[in-house]
Every structure is written in structure tokens, then in C-alpha cells.
Design a protein around this ligand. Structure first.
Ligand SMILES: NC(=O)C1=CN([C@@H]2O[C@H](COP(=O)(O)OP(=O)(O)OC[C@H]3O[C@@H](n4cnc5c(N)ncnc54)[C@H](O)[C@@H]3O)[C@@H](O)[C@H]2O)C=CC1
Ligand SMILES: CC(C)CC(=O)C(=O)O
Ligand SMILES: [Mg+2]
Length: 357
């Protein structure tokens, strides 16, 4: 089985190194091939998603991705910016379904900024549509404002859009995921204001007819943001569009103690996937050896489960993560008094050691 390893920028290489260490400790015959992406791709070949990197990602059975981006590239033309690499991979590989499980490990109840009673026992799944919405809609750009009080000035614009088939396929993924859990699905929209999301709501409601065993409710995104911090355990599965899912999943990350704990799977129609932590390249802490590698290690576990058919190995990794947390080991982002602060590498080593038990 071939796995494309795309570390990227910032903390990407540091955290991916730990996940690779864990994969190598499983005694499986994985063929791992590394390629540059993001700012690293731009430096190596003048493009954030070099052709050879895309070809490797397409040919591999699964992709393990770190993160891309650095402030120093923010003035480049948009097609050359590092973020275009992850957007391009998602689009080119047809990775329309992004699964972001927000689970609070009991040991981290005190690490969340929310009261322990609000978050303890949390286990929710955010399903974010990943290849549509305003992130990909055309046209977009900066033009001369055609009318109104600002006529003649420059204006920035983007296009929010969803085709019926795009909504239907993510709705099916969400209903089927809910069927395997507590059979409750919340579709998050902004139907009170946006045509795109009234359409979204209507299509999700229609798909629901095929899943009578799942309880569906609809919630506006502003309320959903509030409910996520007020009473997050009331959710089971959340399905939403690309932009709302991006924002809500970062908010949900803090329910788990840190964004460094939130893994993700981005899947195509055949469960081929790209696996990455939900966070970015964290340039503010890059190179310091303090980033939390657990979201990336847990993403590798999702890869084994969803794309490589290695459920037992996925369980081993997840149990090893639980074990290191139970041992009291914490990176800085989840550190509390009475626990032991460790760096990125020590955390990776501890997970490898815990695998052996
Ligand atoms: N999929 C991707 O490659 C993504 C890339 N980005 C890019 O990353 C760069 C930084 O973006 P930000 O908005 O700062 O988001 P970010 O997620 O990189 O960082 C936000 C905050 O969380 C902290 N953080 C993130 N991951 C952490 C970890 N594993 N351990 C400990 N702390 C962690 C950072 O230090 C920072 O304070 C930008 O260039 C952005 O475009 C952002 C999100 C996703
Ligand atoms: C480049 C961004 C769309 C990445 C991001 O924020 C995410 O996928 O969560
Ligand atoms: Mg994001």
C-alpha cells in the first residue's frame, strides 16, 4: 500500500514526522513517499502543488498531509499561494466529504476553555462539504463597483454556489454517518438570508426521505456557533457547507482541549482519502518543537480505518494516544498543572512506546 506523505510548511514537517514514526512502528509493509507541497512546493518548483506531487497523491492509496501556509507568501498572486495546494488537492482528488470528529478524551476535560461539565463525554462529528461553496465559486475577484453609493470604487467579490448533486452526495454521507451513531443529524445553513442555503436546506430535507430512521433538524449557522459552546453534547452529527464547516470545526476544536487534537479525513466517493489535522501550519510556533502532533497521529489512524482497511491498527494508534494522555503527558497547548509538559518529538515517541503494550 502506497501512502503519499506531504508535510508542507510551518509545523507540518514536525507533526508529520511523528505520524510517520507511528506508522513505521506498526510493522506493516507500507510504501511511504514524501513530496513537497505548499510553500515548500513553491520553493522547490515554483508552484504550491507541483505536478509530481499531484501525480503522487493521485497514484497513492492514501495521502497524509501536514499543513501549508506562511505569512511570507501572503503577497504572492493567489494561484501561487501555499493554500492553493490543499484546495487543489481536494478538488483534483474529488475529496468532497470532510469528516472532523470532535472527541473529548476524559483526561483533557480540564484543558478545554469550557467548563468540564459542558464538554465531558463530548463525541460529535462535523461533516463539512469540501469542494464547493464560496471557496470555489466563480466569478471572484476585485472589480469596479457597478452601482450603489460606492459606484466606481473597487469592490471585492466571491460567488457562493452549490449544485443539487453536490448537496445530495454530502447529505447521503451525513445521513449514513448518523445511522452508525446516535441517528441525529443537524444541517447547518443560513437559509434565512442566502438563496444557496435555502436550496441546501430543501435538498437535505428531500434526501431525508430516504433515511426515516435518522432525526433531522435544521439550524442557522449563527445559532449553531452559539450552541456549540453552550451545549455541544446536544449535537450528534452536523452537516454543513465548506465555509461554515471550516469555521465551526475550529470552534469545536476548543471543546476537545486544543485544535492540536482535531484530526480529519477528506474522502472521495470511494473512500479514497487525504488525512490531515484540522489546524493550519501554525507559523507562530513552527520550529520550536512544541506543536501537538496528536491530531496528525489521529488522522493517520483515520487513514488506516477509512482508506487502508486496517481497523485493528487504527484502534492500536487511538488506544496509544489514550494511553499517553492517561500517563499525564501533555504538549504546551493542552498542558495543565500536575501534568508533564513534553515537546512534539517526545509526544510522538511516547505514542510509539504505547503501541508496543
Ligand atoms: N489545511 C491547511 O493546510 C491549513 C492551512 N492554514 C494556513 O496556516 C497558516 C496559519 O493560519 P492560522 O490562522 O494561524 O491557523 P493555525 O491553525 O495554523 O493556528 C491557529 C492557532 O492554533 C495554534 N495551533 C495550531 N495547530 C497547533 C498544534 N498542532 N499544536 C499547538 N498549537 C497549534 C497556533 O499556534 C495558532 O496560535 C495560514 O497560512 C493559513 O492559511 C490554515 C488552516 C488550514
Ligand atoms: C486553506 C483553508 C481552506 C484550509 C482550512 O482552513 C481548513 O481546511 O480548515
Ligand atoms: Mg480551517
Amino acid at each position: 500500500m502506497k501512502i503519499a506523505i506531504l508535510p508542507g510548511d510551518g509545523i507540518g514537517p514536525e507533526i508529520v514526522t511523528q505520524a510517520v514514526k507511528v506508522l513505521n512502528a506498526l510493522d506493516e509493509q507500507f510504501e511511504l513517499e514524501t513530496a513537497p507541497v505548499g510553500g515548500a512546493g513553491y520553493e522547490a518548483s515554483g508552484h504550491p502543488l507541483p505536478e509530481a506531487t499531484l501525480a503522487l497523491a493521485k497514484a497513492a492509496d492514501a495521502v497524509l498531509f501536514g499543513a501549508v501556509g506562511d505569512w511570507k507568501y501572503d503577497t504572492l498572486d493567489r494561484p501561487l499561494r501555499p493554500e492553493q495546494a490543499i484546495l487543489g488537492l481536494r478538488k483534483n482528488l474529488g475529496l468532497f466529504a470532510n469528516l472532523r470528529p470532535a472527541i473529548l478524551y476524559p483526561e483533557l476535560a480540564g484543558a478545554s476553555t469550557l467548563k468540564p461539565e459542558v464538554v465531558s463525554g463530548l463525541d460529535i462529528l462535523i461533516i463539512r462539504e469540501l469542494t464547493g461553496d464560496i471557496y470555489f465559486g466563480q466569478p471572484r475577484g476585485v472589480r469596479e463597483c457597478p452601482d450603489g453609493p460606492f459606484k466606481g470604487q473597487r469592490e471585492g467579490f466571491d460567488t457562493m454556489r452549490y449544485a443539487e448533486g453536490e448537496i445530495r452526495r454530502i447529505a447521503h454521507v451525513a445521513f449514513q454517518a448518523a445511522q452508525k451513531r446516535d441517528k441525529r443529524l443537524t444541517s447547518v445553513d443560513k437559509a434565512n438570508v442566502l438563496e444557496t442555503f435555502q436550496f441546501w436546506k430543501d435538498i437535505v430535507t428531500d434526501v431525508h426521505k430516504e433515511y426515516p430512521d435518522v432525526a433531522l433538524d435544521h439550524m442557522y449557522v449563527d445559532n449553531a456557533a452559539m450552541q456549540l459552546v453552550r451545549a455541544p453534547k446536544k449535537f450528534d452529527v452536523i452537516v454543513t457547507g465548506n465555509m461554515f464547516g471550516d469555521i465551526l470545526s475550529d470552534a469545536a476544536a476548543m471543546l476537545t482541549g486544543s485544535i492540536g487534537m482535531l484530526p480529519s479525513a477528506s474522502l472521495d466517493a470511494n473512500n479514497k482519502g487525504l488525512y490531515e489535522p484540522s489546524h493550519g501550519s501554525a507559523p507562530d510556533i513552527a520550529g520550536k518543537g512544541i506543536a501537538n502532533p496528536l491530531a496528525t497521529i489521529l488522522s493517520a489512524a483515520m487513514m488506516l480505518r477509512f482508506s487502508l482497511g486496517k481497523t485493528e491498527q487504527a484502534d492500536r494508534i487511538e488506544n496509544a494516544v489514550k494511553a499517553v494522555l492517561a500517563q499525564g503527558l501533555r504538549t504546551a497547548d493542552i498542558y495543565e498543572e500536575g501534568t508533564t509538559k513534553v515537546g512534539t518529538e517526545q509526544m510522538g515517541d511516547a505514542v510509539v512506546k504505547a503501541l508496543a503494550k
